[in-house]
Design a protein around this ligand. Structure first.
Ligand code: GNR
Ligand code: NI
Length: 174
């Protein structure tokens, strides 16, 4: 089993920082991807970006398989992901975030995106995503740019969520 990281929670300033591109996918980055997947599965979550584990390189992992329902794991690892196309059609979905525990809100994003990235083997790859996967990959790339889903909400809604998480932290029930 790969090691796991601790997931950082708002208002940690690392979540507002921009992550830096990796020069290539070497064994250190592969180890990081393995550990991020293990961290994400343990959480559990469907995606995780490097900022959330206090690393500021452009690495993210995802897996939408319902392993709780007997599905096989389908891990996706990306380095230096770039959205190279997004649809005009929009999609609204309820999102959550492991760095904003137990808070959910509707977020509107392009319904379909095409993403170019380096895969686990360091090869150039592309993914066309719709539905939950589209929301997830956009949510993760936002993290690498220091953007959180609450940044799309009104100031009032965002402040309510920030205060709720601070309250949960004070009560030590994260
Ligand atoms: O586990 C997660 N679920 C989720 C649901 C809707 C849209 C995005 C996500 S990503 C989130 C895990 C997380 O915080 N990734 O950064
Ligand atoms: Ni998140």
């Amino acid at each position: 089993m790969a090691k796991t990281y601790n997931i950082i929670v708002i208002p940690d300033p690392v979540l507002k920082q921009t992550a830096q591109a990796v020069s290539r996918v070497d064994t250190d980055i592969q180890k990081q991807m393995d550990a991020m997947l293990a961290t994400m599965y343990a959480a559990p979550g469907i995606g995780l970006a490097a900022n959330q584990v206090n690393l500021l390189n452009r690495v993210l992992v995802m897996d939408l398989a319902r392993t709780d329902k007997g599905e096989e794991k389908t891990p996706i690892c990306m380095a230096n992901p770039e959205i190279i196309w997004e649809s005009e059609e929009m999609s609204t979905m309820e999102e959550g975030c492991l760095s904003i525990p137990r808070q959910y809100a509707e977020v509107e994003r392009p319904a379909h995106v095409r993403v170019k990235y380096l895969d686990y083997d360091g090869k150039e790859a592309e993914l066309e995503a719709s539905g939950l996967l589209s929301h997830c990959v956009q949510h993760e790339i936002d993290h690498l740019n220091g953007v959180l889903f609450i940044d799309y909400l009104s100031t009032l809604k965002r402040n309510m969520i920030v205060r709720k998480v601070e309250k949960l932290k004070k009560q030590n029930i994260l």
